[in-house]
Design a protein around this ligand. Sequence first.
Ligand code: CA
Length: 220
Amino acid sequence: MRILLAEDDPMIGDSLRKGLRDEGFTVDWVQDGRSAERALEATEYALALLDLGLPHKDGLAVLRGWRQRGLTLPVLILTARDAVPDRVKGLDSGADDYLVKPFDLAELLARMRALLRRQSGRARDLIEIGALRIDPAAHTVDYQGEPVSLSVREFALLQALAEAPGVVLSREQLEDRLYGWGEEVESNAIEVHIHNLRRKLNPGVIRTVRGVGYRLGEAP
Ligand code: CA
């Protein structure tokens, strides 16, 4: 799952990026408001983490711009400003939630999961389709009641398909979600992950739609 991180503090940004990557997120990190604005013109993100005090353009102005353009992605504000008026302004400008720094990574992850769940219309964190059971919080997959060990990328790919059952995702769309800026992508990387998922789960779990892409099987 690909997310945008807009944070100008190098220490916070770096540790957040590491922590989120360890959790299987693909993270693009920008350090000023204009780059944050531009990032959303070029790439589709599942969620944005937005610091309010950013150089070049304030986080609030960035957020208002996104909402004016009709972008509906969940936005979680990270702020050192614990003044109530700032938080109110953030929420009124279209933020979905906020955290006051310093915060705990575990709490950030839980709030991110809640926003992503709401966005996808699920009431619970678990994704259950057929014999497949995916727990995004615990990073575990059960198939026919048995735990299956997946790599971080395999997990991310399976989650992307399972969150949109019936939808065909192209190789390019899957690459976009699994790999961030500057990450080397082998030309057959997606095919290799699909091959491994079929081997570890079931050959029918992912269907190839010739010339278009991949989707979850009818009864995975
Ligand atoms: Ca800042």
